[in-house]
Design a protein around this ligand. Structure first.
Ligand code: ALL
Length: 327
C-alpha cells in the first residue's frame, strides 16, 4: 500500500503548480504560433522538401542556404526533408513539428498534392504563412477548403514536352517506347506524363507500357528490367525524373541494350548531366531547384511583412538539357 502513497504528494504539488501557471497564461498565448514575438526578432522560415536522397533536393537546399547567408539579417532558415519519397506521414509530421516550434512561414515541396492539404490548412489556421513550391497542391481541394496558398514552380507539362520532342526527333513514327511515371497523386508527375504523351503522339511513337516507379531509382530499375524483357523492341524509356532515369539506364545496360535504348529524364542532377556528356542519357530538363526555393522564400518574406499582400503564383523556367547544351 505504502508504495502507492509515496508519489501522491509530489504529484499533487505538480498539479497545483500547473494550475497556477495556466491561470497566469492569457488564453491567446495558448497556440505556439500565436505567441507574441519580440518586435525586432528575425522571422523563422522552414523549408520542407521531399527525399533528401534525391540530388534535386540537395541543390534546392543549397540554393536556399546560400540565399539565407546573403540575407542573414532578414531571416533564419530551417531546412527539412524526408528519407523516402513515399513517406507522406513523415512530411505531415514535419509540418506539424514546424508549426509547434513557432516558425513564421513554411515553404513546402509537397510529396503529395492532396494528402498534405489538411496539415497545411492547420498551419494557416495557426497563423503560419505557407508557400507551395515545386509540386502544386490540388486546386480543387484548396478551393473547397477555402485556402489560398501561392505556388512557385515550372510548367511541368511544357518541360516534359520539350524533352519528349527532343527524343522524338531521334525516333521515327511507329517506334515503341516505355514510360516511368512519378507518384501518381502528385500534380507535377501527372503533368509530366501528359507532356511526354503529347510529344509521342505528335511523332506517331507508341507508348507500349507506362508504370509508376514512385520517383525512385531502385523501383525504376526493377520495373524497367521487367518492362524491357516484356517489350524487347522498345527504342527509348521516358522517365519523369532523373533518379528514375538512372535506374532505367542501369536496367538498359543490364539488359545488354546500351546504345540501342535511349533514356531521358527530368531535373538535371549532377549524375545525369555527366551521363548526358558521356552519351548514355539523351536529355533531361533543368527546373532550377535552387531558384525554386529562393523564390518561395521571397514570397514568404513578403507575406510575413504583410499577411494581406496579394501574392500571385510565379511560373519558373524549365530548360531542355542535351549534349549540345552542355558542350
Ligand atoms: C518532384 C521534383 C523532382 C523530383 C521529384 C522526386 O517534385 O520536381 O523532379 O525528382 O519530386 O521527389
Amino acid at each position: 500500500m505504502n508504495e502507492f502513497r509515496t508519489p501522491l504528494i509530489p504529484c499533487l504539488l505538480l498539479a497545483v503548480c500547473c494550475l497556477l501557471l495556466s491561470c497566469t497564461q492569457p488564453a491567446d498565448q495558448a497556440e505556439p504560433a500565436a505567441a507574441a514575438k519580440p518586435e525586432n526578432k528575425k522571422p523563422r522560415i522552414a523549408l520542407i522538401m521531399k527525399s533528401l536522397a534525391n540530388d534535386f533536393f540537395s541543390s534546392m537546399a543549397k540554393g536556399a542556404e546560400q540565399h539565407q547567408k546573403e540575407h542573414s539579417g532578414d531571416y533564419e532558415l530551417i531546412v527539412n526533408g524526408i528519407k523516402d519519397e513515399r513517406d507522406l506521414s513523415r512530411q505531415v509530421a514535419l509540418v506539424e513539428e514546424m508549426v509547434a516550434s513557432g516558425v513564421d512561414a513554411i515553404v513546402i515541396a509537397p510529396a503529395d498534392s492532396k494528402a498534405l492539404v489538411p496539415a497545411l490548412r492547420r498551419a494557416r489556421a495557426a497563423g503560419v504563412v505557407v508557400v507551395n513550391i515545386d509540386n502544386k497542391l490540388d486546386e480543387e481541394i484548396l478551393t473547397t477548403e477555402k485556402i489560398a496558398i501561392p505556388f512557385v514552380g515550372p510548367d511541368n507539362q511544357a518541360g516534359a514536352k520539350k524533352v519528349g520532342d527532343y527524343l522524338a526527333s531521334k525516333l521515327k513514327a511507329g517506334d515503341e517506347v516505355l514510360m516511368l511515371e512519378g507518384i501518381r497523386t502528385s500534380f507535377n508527375g501527372t503533368q509530366r506524363r501528359l507532356g511526354f504523351e503529347a510529344a509521342m503522339k505528335e511523332a506517331g511513337v507508341k507508348i507500349v507500357d507506362s508504370q509508376s516507379a514512385q520517383w525512385e531509382m531502385s523501383m525504376a530499375n526493377t520495373l524497367a528490367l521487367s518492362m524491357l524483357s516484356e517489350h524487347p523492341n522498345v527504342k527509348a524509356i521516358l522517365a519523369a525524373n532523373d533518379s528514375m532515369a538512372l535506374g532505367a539506364l542501369a536496367a538498359v545496360k543490364n539488359n545488354g541494350k546500351a546504345g540501342a535504348v535511349a533514356v531521358v529524364g527530368f531535373d538535371n542532377i549532377a549524375a545525369v548531366q555527366q551521363a548526358i556528356k558521356d552519351g548514355q542519357i539523351l536529355a533531361t530538363a533543368d527546373q532550377h531547384g535552387g531558384e525554386l526555393a529562393v523564390f518561395g522564400i521571397e514570397h514568404a518574406l513578403l507575406l510575413i511583412k504583410d499577411p494581406n499582400a496579394k501574392i500571385e503564383d510565379r511560373e519558373t523556367p524549365v530548360d531542355l538539357i542535351t549534349a549540345e547544351v552542355l558542350k
